[in-house]
Design a protein around this ligand. Sequence first.
Ligand SMILES: C[S@@+](CC[C@H](N)C(=O)[O-])C[C@H]1O[C@@H](n2cnc3c(N)ncnc32)[C@H](O)[C@@H]1O
Length: 551
Amino acid sequence: MAELDSLIDSMISQRKAGEVNYIDDKYADTIKVESIPSKGQGVFAQRSLSVKDALCSLNVPTTMAIDAEYLSTTCYHCLIVTSTQLPLAQAGTASASLKDCGGCRKARFCSRECQVEAWHAYHKFECKIFKKVADDLPPPILRAVLRVVLLKDRNKIPEDEWTRISSLTSHEHILAGRGRSNITDMAEGIKHLAESSMTVEMIQRLIFIMRSNTIELPTPIHGPMGVMLEPLVAKFNHSCEPNLAIHRPQYTMKSRWMKSEQLSEDERQTFFQLIPLRDIQQGEELCISYVVPTVSVSARRKKLMDDYLFECNCPRCKSDMEASAELSKEHPTLPGQFEQWVKDVGRHLGRVSKDPSSLQKAGSVMAKSDRFYDYPTIYTTGDYPEIAMTIIFEALKSQEFDEALGNILRIYFLINPARLVGRHNPTNLYTIFLMLDIFDVVLGIKVPTGANDDKVKKWQQSLSERGLTESGLIYWREKVCADLRRRLESSAAKDLLVLVDERDMQAKQVSQTQGHGDEKKEGPESAEEEMRALLRIKEQKWSQVMRQNGC
Ligand SMILES: C[S@@+](CC[C@H](N)C(=O)[O-])C[C@H]1O[C@@H](n2cnc3c(N)ncnc32)[C@H](O)[C@@H]1O
């Protein structure tokens, strides 16, 4: 009976969704929500949009939750990151120190103001619960649901916001038919923890709503760090070739950004923006990507089906699938070889925690990936970037910065240009910021905790053995900085240029004190030759790689 009620409620709410207003008056001339056959509703451009201007600026959403691994290094309220998970030199992090919440000891705050604001707005309701489940903190999506339940029970969510949230697509009418699932257990668990008066069916629907509508809490310099639900953003459909991205302006990554005197009223109200990845024509559907754009076509489609219950038919999925089929036809043995190679790298990576030398073994198998360079389809459709990223993170954890640099350069030169829309795509920006951090470490511009000059020499020696000299490193660091600057200048993420200025200044200071300036006279030709050698790219292909990358 309860299931029937919930089914009817769900259908009413889906119908009502058409009547709910998701768009603030100030954006009524820019975007509109319309129905689309087989997609529900979607958002369309009311006018042409320039790649250089943000489309809309949005406030801190009602509900968000930080990934458990970020809790100890991120202010729970203003979300500044005070140190990275990786042993880098803390580039791009705030200098503030965090203090534990005395109650749950899970949330941490950068200031008294953040703590007090968070306490009154939401934390006093969840603090006791976090203390109770401290050893088994629920995953971010369930913590986001818990927060909505707690706030709704206490009338802390304005009625129109509640209508927007509760009218979002839940797919409950499909999922409810699948019988008692573990989602019901989770809903019961949340009801119990929150001592809520809400029905289990309603909490279950909120879980479904979260699953189908939350997006990643973004930061261009630290990668995704949790989830958030913003009702307007939840109206945008997905494309693996999106024309929009989520952008966190640089000032939101500073301690107490919301209260900063130097910010305009508009900036103080802005937590994130939707920015175009290219120029957009009036009438085009506006899409974001729900999945990490670097994963393989099959992994993307599986996630979209499992979590969002639709089959993606975007142009990129179609062309990726066609390209894969074509490649298997033309080179029947290649996919098998690639699979074997992936397994070999994966096998070594799987052993790293027991045997640190496995990282080097994985790295040397990875370095032999050059036999696949002539088949870019492998990069655009397969798992190559994910594997390269895993090697990079493992290498950073064990301070093998030479290994990390070699692999991130592969991603920068060979992989991302072939698969990402927009040179200022957040995935590109994240890769470049991370790469600059690594450059800074191997050049001794920033020395991570636990390292010393001898280690810097060791990394440089190893890179030199792979073909990249210190002067080459300096050349490419500068070139990558200039590339990042150009990408940002022609985008709506120009505020991040400040971070490039900071890096430029630090590099100049160090290069002056170390007298590196002279070494650059070896010239671009030798630096390019070195990079070709490191990446094992043939000379004929190099100009194409450089053109595609735009470096
Ligand atoms: C976050 S909502 C997007 C807005 C939704 N279309 C609506 O009407 O409210 C996600 C849901 O929209 C639908 N959707 C999003 N992108 C789609 C696409 N490319 N093709 C088909 N359905 C899509 C799926 O049902 C998905 O679970």
